[in-house]
Design a binder for this molecule. Sequence first.
Ligand SMILES: [Zn+2]
Length: 525
Amino acid sequence: MPEIKVTPLGAGQDVGRSCILVSIAGKNVMLDCGMHMGYNDDRRFPDFSYITQNGRLTDFLDCVIISHFHLDHCGALPYFSEMVGYDGPIYMTHPTKAICPILLEDYRKITVDKKGETNFFTSQMIKDCMKKVVAVHLHQTIQVDDELEIKAYYAGHVLGAAMFQIKVGSESVVYTGDYNMTPDRHLGAAWIDKCRPDLLISESTYATTIRDSKRCRERDFLKKVHESVERGGKVLIPVFALGRVVFATPGMLHAGQSLQIFRKWAGNEKNMVIMPGYCVQGTVGHKILSGQRKLEMEGRQILEVKMQVEYMSFSAHADAKGIMQLIRQAEPRSVLLVHGEAKKMEFLKQKIEQEFHVNCYMPANGETTTLFTSPNIPVDISLGLLKRESAIGLVPDSKKPKLMHGTLIMKDNSFRLVSPEQALKELGLGEHQLRFTCRVHIQDPRKEHEMVLRVYNHLKGVLKDYSVQHLPDGSIMVESILIQATAQSEDQGTKVLLVSWTYQDEELGSYLTSLLKKGLPQTTA
Ligand SMILES: [Zn+2]
């Protein structure tokens, strides 16, 4: 049976380091190649050794697709292509291709120039990596090879962000990347057509959140800023790098400018930090949002946080309502959640299964989900058979599946459904009929023909809606079921009846047998 396999190398029950391996109809595609903001060691990149233990990565992977320029979706790309050694095609939209190298260079500078790490990708490697990138337009169908095709859809979220449809024959998967179903002040809402994929792989960062209106959020936001400024304080808003509002970055206070300012301002209770979105575990942002007020900084220094900490979601991710909305739009046969926390995913998974009656999966990193698909196989059918089988209407309706009976002929790589008579004629075969026969013992001391007459009268009386005939050769026919008396058994008082039927009349044949086994009514002779 055809199957689709999905293994997250990153972002499985976690946010950050997005990297999902998909096998569909013999093709292998890697979705995103991100870094993890919460780690500075080996765990920051996906574990690519999962992909293949023997052989070259390029031979195994048919292509890599990058959904958008955020580093948790593309931060490991130069490492993967220039250091691990992937040499095949990489697809992303034009804006992503333009912005991606800028962010990668920024990331490299912080890691190598500022933190002094070695064994990291170089500026030249970023350039060489980008040479392998094929830029795509939205809604453009890209033929990766003869069988594998991909197509990008608008995802909102940030400039250039795209959802990707991956298709081989009649099997397909849609990967959302990060997306937003409500338009904000500079980007529109994500959109996809009713493409009914076998699987929708969706992010689920805000799986349990339902956001209030944007207007209320903006009003509350301004109120908080005014409060702090009136007290004589300063307000820090760490934000997500490119393509959003411009304050200090990065958004999760894990490095760079926003972290420096935070360290300077944290000691003054008049100041305020407003966290505008989700923070990954391990980042300073996540620590202060979960109430930690004493932070260990580099060099074992303890930073006491006296400033006010506020959270207001101005995130560009879909909330629970948005995720449900996308599922309604695409009508997938199953859903798989990535890029979220296990607990929140569990809640959304139940909601999805209840509302849409489809399976929902949430594999952890390194865990493979296998789902079986039922591919469409085109079959030619003769007009005669179609007429015979369609009592209701001649025009087939894809929304109302209909059962057809016939003989399937496989010839020259194509399938045809024909009537059994036609199949026999084409294949030059004779027709055989298979009959099932049952023996029924009847207690009756009278002569055989008298006993048969009694059986005939009994059946005629009981089976009023059926045709019951007594034939000249002494047998009885009920519809197509044949009942014959046979040679007497050793016991003079017992007669044997043979009841026989064809495969099609199984139900009536068994019914008659059980009826006769109950015996004949007593008659006054
Ligand atoms: Zn993103």
